[in-house]
Design a protein around this ligand. Structure first.
Ligand code: NAD
Length: 421
């Protein structure tokens, strides 16, 4: 950790005003504030994004301080001026906030030894950023890119990074999601690999290593499941709602596949598909399904403070209340009776793990069910296992346990790939 502390002395986050950048900046800032060490340079090209970031950091630092007041009492134990909870919380928030320099100028990363990149998912933009950083900083910093699909080797080659770049892929939102996928290059210096590991530990993340293949484990799975969805979907309005209900309720997930597409954003999903198609030409990563919606201006995604925007669904208080009918070209109410039956045992998704026995019981009951919903759920479970097998065969993941960890800690699934379907 000594080496890590040395790197924290000046850390930069590029794209700090974005969804992921803001979360990454917050995590690093909390770490710095608790270690009482370091400065954070928050860079973004958008002034609006930076002012949103300021608001977000203040709110979240306050929340963090309130939740962790006992730890902060120990941290400030030697300061006789700080007595009440309020004084300690105030001191923590102010001191943490003072560690940040907000800037529109990339030149301000000069002198950083660690730089986190969380700008848009686009090869040319990321390459241009890395080239500029090199010109400013003389290729001295270690670069941690948050790309969720672009091969790190490709970025390394295009921007001539001399292996000083590593994939450090947080999940959305970074503060909450436990998972970080780490994508090493074989030629990464040991020091960089070690810093990435120490950092993951210090941020209390669950780290899973993925091979450097477009999409890595997370999107390698998710994007293939989307493609499967477009194959299964008969393009009818009822068909969409059936798939949504099955992939949520019957598969015991927090949201169905179409809501998950909205959550990520249709344009982001499209970009990832296009990157995977370019990098993996043997696979059929076509964007047709997503393009049909995008052409009608259906985008989804989230506002800065995590509110879901309308996309395939229209949202009221974060919950789907209507869906966009491609046949009627407007939002229409959700159908009441989907005629697919009910998931067995009355189980639903819980944030807490269900336990192996209860899950086995559920899947045994599901296997015996003959309703259209159960049948479709079994098709998805079968496909999920096929996707997992492909990720293993291509050595994207080194074990089925790693895939299960990604699904559970990155997507809130209650279980990993199942063998019995
Ligand atoms: P976003 O659009 O919310 O944020 C990107 C930010 O980068 C914006 O504030 C933008 O102004 C800024 N930016 C763009 N070009 C810049 C430049 N040249 N210099 C500095 N700032 C620049 O995007 P996001 O969803 O936060 O995604 C960021 C990265 O994280 C992408 O690589 C994405 O694939 C990855 N990622 C996203 C998610 C997700 O669910 N959104 C999850 C995991 C990883």
């Amino acid at each position: 950790m000594i080496i890590l502390n040395q790197y924290l002395q000046k850390v930069s986050v590029i794209g700090a005003g974005g969804k992921m950048g803001a979360g990454i900046a917050l995590l690093l800032l909390i770490l710095m504030a608790e270690e009482q060490n370091g400065r954070l340079v928050a860079v973004d090209v958008s002034e609006i994004a930076l002012s949103g970031l300021k608001k977000y950091l203040k709110q979240q630092l306050l929340r963090h301080a309130e939740k962790n007041i006992n730890r902060l009492r120990t941290l400030y134990a030697n300061d006789p001026k700080l007595v009440s909870n309020e004084e300690i919380i105030d001191a923590f928030v102010c001191q943490a906030f003072e560690r940040v320099d907000f800037t529109l100028h990339l030149e301000d990363v000069r002198g950083s030894l660690a730089i986190f990149e969380a700008a848009v998912e686009d090869i040319a933009s990321k390459t241009a950023i890395f080239e500029s950083i090199k010109a400013i900083n003389g290729n001295k910093a270690w670069i941690f890119t948050n790309t969720s699909s672009i091969p790190i080797a490709l970025l390394n080659d295009r921007a001539k990074m001399e292996n000083r770049i590593i994939g450090f892929h947080f999940y959305n939102p970074p503060l909450v999601q436990k998972l970080v996928e780490i994508i090493e290059l074989p030629q990464n210096p040991d020091e960089l690999k070690q810093i990435a590991k120490d950092l993951g530990k210090s941020l209390h993340k669950t780290m899973v290593y993925s091979r450097d293949i477009a999409g890595f484990i997370g999107n390698g799975y998710f994007i293939r499941e989307i493609l499967y969805t477009f194959q299964k979907w008969d393009k009818s309005d009822l068909g969409l709602q059936r798939i949504e209900t099955v992939t949520k309720d019957f598969l015991l997930r927090p949201m169905g596949i179409f809501q998950l597409i909205d959550y990520v954003g249709l344009d982001v999903v499209r970009n990832i598909l296009a990157i995977m198609r370019m990098a993996l030409p043997d696979d059929s990563f076509n964007t047709d399904g997503i393009d049909a919606w995008l052409a009608l201006g259906i985008k989804g995604g989230q506002t800065f403070d995590g509110q879901q925007k309308n996309g395939i669904f229209e949202y009221v208080k974060g919950k789907p209340s209507a869906f966009f009918s491609l046949t009627q070209k407007k939002y229409v109410p959700l159908a009441k009776d989907l005629q697919i039956g009910e998931p067995p045992l009355g189980l639903t998704w819980h944030k807490e793990p269900l336990g192996k026995e209860r899950l086995d019981e559920y899947f045994t009951a599901l296997a015996a069910e003959k309703t259209p919903g159960a049948k479709l759920a079994k098709d998805y479970l079968h496909e999920g296992k096929k996707i997992a097998d492909k990720l293993l065969k291509d050595r994207v993941a080194s074990s089925i346990e790693d895939i299960a960890t990604v699904l559970k800690t990155g997507f809130y699934h209650l279980y990993g790939p199942r063998n019995e379907f």
